[in-house]
Design a protein around this ligand. Structure first.
Ligand code: COA
Length: 329
């Protein structure tokens, strides 16, 4: 019997219009364009503005565009998984909110909270439902509205993050294309170095947690940096070895866009030429679960059927990993 694999059959992204430049950040915190560009590679990021506009706004735009370009009717979708750490509300899940706004009525939905690795975890999960034959059309969304949890008085974090994301459609493929392998890891010890302390059940919102600025993302930049390089390099190396991939038979490396120096370190550890590495960090910064689908969306026209692609990410948790897929169209 032919093996069924989940293949991406379409991708669509969305970034909000408002551009927050390094120059504007210079007016908000003690920083400068030269420092930001040389330490991170970021020139600007997008911000979703507007009262009551949650991350689902990004998801709705991405999913509507995806359905349109793949000629898929909302009612055909079986499952929607949304990777985000900035859901519209703590509950219900944001995948559910997106479905309501788009008119997806016959699906079940859930969110995955794995920070910057969310899209990897979600696409691996969604792929299993296709591979078992249980479902035919699964949408995986990766997106974040990081501006909702960023302290624009903290120069070490506010320069990095932005808002945006994208969605992919997964469908069965019997030609060997699509999802091939995944190397995924979590280590809860990392929670001390990258987190948002308050707003959950341990420290529910109070006047004190707000005053202490504990509803914002906190990170120990240097520690995260080291673990990110090690985690992604290790996952990429394992998946390449296991699948007999080399820098010659690989078409693209799609790394999480956290810091340009992290990206070049991971590419160099895999001995991978930068021309084959997707990089758009200068335009969007780190959109957390949004970076990987945004890259696939931007490079979609350059991808060819059969291309070997590795996606890799590292994020809060800690969580990290790599996914190997063969592009299907
Ligand atoms: N502008 C100017 N100076 C800044 C600054 C800013 N925006 N942010 C920090 N600095 C200063 C620090 O205060 C420090 O000054 P000091 O030496 O006088 O103490 C100096 O720059 C170096 O700080 P450091 O934190 O060591 O810088 P860094 O080279 O590690 O860069 C990060 C900081 C945050 C850019 C970097 O650590 C990083 O990208 N980490 C990973 C973050 C990440 O990827 N998070 C998401 C997880 S997926």
């Amino acid at each position: 019997m032919t093996k069924i694999r989940a293949a991406i059959t379409g991708v669509h992204g969305y970034v909000p219009d408002y551009i927050l430049t390094n120059q504007e950040l210079e007016t908000m915190v003690e920083t400068n364009d030269e420092w930001i560009q040389s330490r991170t590679g970021i020139k600007e990021r997008r911000i979703l503005k507007g009262e009551g506009k949650g991350v689902s706004e990004i998801g709705v735009k991405a999913v509507k565009g995806l359905l349109e370009k793949t000629n898929t009717k909302p009612e055909e979708i079986d499952l929607v998984i949304c990777a985000t750490v900035t859901g519209d509300m703590i509950f219900p899940d944001t995948a559910n909110v997106v479905c309501d706004k788009v008119g997806i009525k016959n699906a079940f939905t859930f969110d995955i909270n794995a920070a910057c690795s969310g899209f990897l975890f979600a696409i691996t999960t969604g792929s299993q439902f296709i591979a078992t034959g249980m479902y035919k059309k699964v949408i995986v969304i990766g997106m974040d509205k990081m501006s909702s949890i960023i302290d624009y008085k903290d120069r070490a974090t506010c320069i990095i993050f932005g808002d945006g994301g994208g969605a992919v459609l997964l469908e069965p493929n019997e030609e060997g294309m699509g999802f091939q392998d995944a190397e995924l890891k979590s280590n809860g010890e990392g929670r001390h170095y990258l987190n948002m302390k308050a707003g959950g059940s341990a420290y529910p919102a109070t006047a004190e947690t707000v005053a202490a600025r504990e509803h914002y993302a906190y990170q120990e930049g240097r520690t995260v940096f080291k673990h990110a390089v090690r985690g992604m390099s290790d996952a990429v190396s394992k998946i390449m070895k296991r699948n007999h991939l080399t820098n010659e038979n690989m078409a693209w490396l799609v790394p999480h866009q956290a810091n340009m120096r992290i990206i070049t370190s991971v590419a160099s550890a895999a001995d991978f030429p930068m021309e084959k590495v997707m990089v758009n960090i200068e335009k969007y910064g780190n959109t957390t679960a949004g970076t990987l689908p945004l890259c696939l969306w931007e490079w979609e026209s350059q991808l060819k059927k059969g291309d070997n692609i590795i996606l890799t990410a590292f994020g809060g948790g800690f969580t990290w990993g790599a996914v190997y897929l063969k592009w299907a169209y």
